[in-house]
Design a protein around this ligand. Sequence first.
Ligand code: G
Ligand code: MN
Length: 370
Amino acid sequence: MRILVVEDDANLRSVLRAAMERKGCEIEEACGGAEALRQIGRKAFDAAIVDYHLPPPDGLEVLRQLRAAQPRCVRVLMSGALDLPVVMAAVNRGEVTRLVAKPFHLDALFSALEEALTERARLEEIYGRAHQEVLERQRRELELCFSDCLLKLAVQPLVDAASGAVEGYEGLLRSRHPSLNSPVSVIAAAEAHGMLGRLADRVATAAADWLRELPPQRTLFINAHPGELADLAAVQRRFASLLPSANRLVIEITERSNVLEQTDWRAAIEWLSDAGFRIAIDDLGSGYNSLSVLAELQPAFMKVDMSIVRNIDREERKQRLVELLTRFAQATDSRVVLEGIETEAEASTARRLDVDLLQGYLFGRPSLTL
Ligand code: G
Ligand code: MN
């Protein structure tokens, strides 16, 4: 048990330290508010016993910041003269767990501390159990998604900017489960339960189905979670049956969980590229994908995030940005796709800027049938 004692009276500080060390606690001391905040930044505490009157900031401010930084920590305020309205407000906000009035018996302090720690343990057990139940239900929902084939790929067209002809489709995950029904929640659940590989297998199978369904010259774009790429053997197994149509499949990669910080995605990307699959960088400009991925991944497609696309017809700087990208694309043998095109004005601006491909509600919504 690690306890922070914040008290400017050196005598009281050492009495508290000695008494609590006898009980087997590890003690850190601070003689003022500023030092207390430094300690809070350095170490995690089970409890803090904090005097109200301190060299600034005062005890209440210390407890307020302690609660924000270490919500689990039990916060005991001790004081002789209390500024009642101020302390009451802090108690009501939940920043003070227990009040101990000075002068106090050590026993009184210890029982306040013990009560608070017991209460914390009780609440944590309740929350822990509730959390377990939520996780368990989520796991069953996800299992059902797999066993009852509730996960599909809807396809949304990508059109050639100049001619308007459909070049290909992006397969977007859709769930028909009544509650686990958004792609984001399915992916989050798969992440939480270590089933990203299984989800990726499902996407690959659905992609194979679509490739049979689509006209033979159409390309299919699918999304890969960066986490899937860490396991090269799994990637090879997953894409083995897609090898004959490798030239029709583009694998979109987003950096939502920071793909470049994982050490082992390169082998998978290299294998996929060598096998003839093409790579796209997804959500470029969303704040997830950094410019360095452009240098590292050598993508065949750069998909510009819809936050850049939205109102591009009215925003000069967005136009200049896309212009830069199209020039970069020409120099690196890559193609620029604008996603999320919703208006004719956005589309005609994109054409003027020499973008290669367009995607968005203007050309078609994601659909489960062709
Ligand atoms: O991350 P990614 O770009 O793969 O996600 C695309 C998401 O954007 C899909 O969920 C798709 O349904 C949605 N989407 C596709 N076209 C449009 C569009 O024109 N406008 C908006 N608001 N969303 C779109
Ligand atoms: Mn995508």
